[in-house]
Design a protein around this ligand. Structure first.
Ligand code: SF4
Length: 424
């Protein structure tokens, strides 16, 4: 059966893949229903309602659902498991490498038995698999533990550790135009600690983009956007940055991949004007994510975050005037009880002064205090009383409830950002 996406968008079930054709093959196997969905960007095998496995077109296991636990595998080979208990609370745990191997082995075994039974005509699929279906199934079935380990090793040869991405960019193609963070001062952040910041030369960046393409190979089709890494790639001076954008265009179909996204974090040194952002927008820049953290300047100083609230506001105005969307990240719980009131009040003021619209995002990210962070040390020295988890959530609600948006421009999308769930 061949589905036309335009029709499917009008009638449920809704398919969100942006290509035109999805082939859904149905059958019965081992006393349960079997569905093989052959999509332009991935392959999904569903057995009853208890087991679902999805693969990119290079055959990498991407997501799984087994006995109501969902799994997501990153390119680095790490797997996160998420589930919900009867009281509706959500849980998350990163698998050990042995557990991750077991999941891969499970999928590998099922797919190989499935292939055998399909080959020996013990299963009747309606409609039968076409050449692409067979090819995708065989590719996915060959993804075993040793292939997975070799793939993760190749990933580490192509990428320096990808510190963090905004949640809506976990499925992007990351291109590391720069490495590390040019500030590395913020006491609550250790994503790039100990790694010197550097901007890649044009030839070096091109080589990196080609290596990423070769590495992702057919799996590139799963990726939805391009994320220009690392922490603040947009601090690169304009002439060099424009060349780096041009390299991306020379190597990838930027439009088809949904445009370019990047962080702009910390504000000092070269500042970009609205005209600069307009030029970058013409080169495919769609959204800039800003780690604003707070509108309260003494708190920013306490966090050792470069720049002032006024710098952030000016940057947002320039970005928006250039026709690019923004993603604003607020740090909940920062500064504990001592800063809480001013943090809430001045963060509301700052966001309300921004010309935001429905293209923009606001993320509430909870401060994660791990023992190695300088923040924990300075909080201790300042006798800060931390906010409880509930108080942090309430802080987010207080800010969100007081935000005012221009009725004609629409409301930005507001959501939680849990950095512990980051996966690429
Ligand atoms: S500017 Fe951003 S990436 Fe750099 S140290 Fe601060 S929070 Fe971390």
């Amino acid at each position: 059966m061949v589905y036309n996406l335009q029709k499917l968008l009008k009638y449920p079930p809704y398919y969100t893949v942006q290509k035109s054709l999805i082939m859904v093959h149905q059958g019965y196997w081992r006393n349960q229903s079997l569905t093989i969905s052959v999509k332009p960007n991935c392959l999904t095998i569903s057995l009853g309602s208890q087991q679902v496995f999805s693969f990119d077109l290079a055959g990498r296991l991407w997501t799984a659902l087994v006995n109501e636990v969902s799994y997501r595998r990153g390119l680095d080979g790490k797997v996160v498991a998420k589930w919900q208990t009867a009281d509706k609370s959500r849980h998350r745990r990163w698998l050990s490498s042995e557990e991750a191997d077991n999941l891969i082995q499970r999928a590998h075994t099922i797919l190989n038995h499935l292939l055998q039974d399909l080959n020996s005509a013990q299963i009747t699929l309606n409609p039968p698999l076409d050449a692409k279906g067979w090819q995708d199934l065989q590719t996915a079935a060959s993804f075993d533990i040793s292939t997975a380990h070799a793939d993760a090793l190749k990933y580490r040869q192509v990428y320096k550790p990808v510190g963090i991405l905004p949640p809506d960019q976990y499925i992007s193609v990351v291109l590391q135009a720069t490495e590390g963070c040019s500030f590395n001062t913020c006491t609550f952040c250790d994503f790039y600690r100990g790694r010197p910041f550097r901007i890649k030369r044009e030839d070096e960046f091109r080589e990196h983009v080609r290596a990423v393409k070769t590495y992702l190979s057919e799996g590139l089709s799963l990726r939805r956007t391009i994320f220009l890494g690392d922490a603040n790639a947009l601090v690169v001076p304009m002439p060099r940055l424009v060349r780096l954008f041009e390299v991306v265009h020379e190597e990838l179909d930027v439009e088809k991949l949904g445009g370019i996204f990047a962080f702009l974090d910390g504000f000092s040194g070269e500042r970009k004007t609205a005209e600069d952002f307009a030029l970058l927008a013409r080169l495919g820049l769609k959204r800039v994510y800003i780690g604003m953290e707070s509108g309260h300047e003494p708190l920013l100083r306490f966090l050792r975050k470069p720049g002032t609230p006024e710098d952030v506001l000016q940057a947002v105005r320039n970005i928006k005037a250039g026709g690019v969307a923004v993603g604003i990240i607020v740090l909940l719980g920062a500064g504990g009880k001592k800063y809480a009131e001013a943090h809430v009040r001045e963060t509301i003021q700052l966001i309300n002064a921004m010309p935001l619209d429905l293209e923009d995002l606001i993320y509430f990210s909870e401060l994660i205090e791990n023992e190695n962070l300088p923040y924990v040390q300075s909080a201790y020295q300042s006798s800060l009383e931390p906010l409880s988890a509930e108080e942090r959530i309430r802080q987010g609600e207080q800010i969100e409830n007081a935000l005012l948006f221009h009725p004609e421009r629409g409301t930005p999308h507001i959501s939680r950002y849990d950095i512990r769930e980051f996966i690429y």
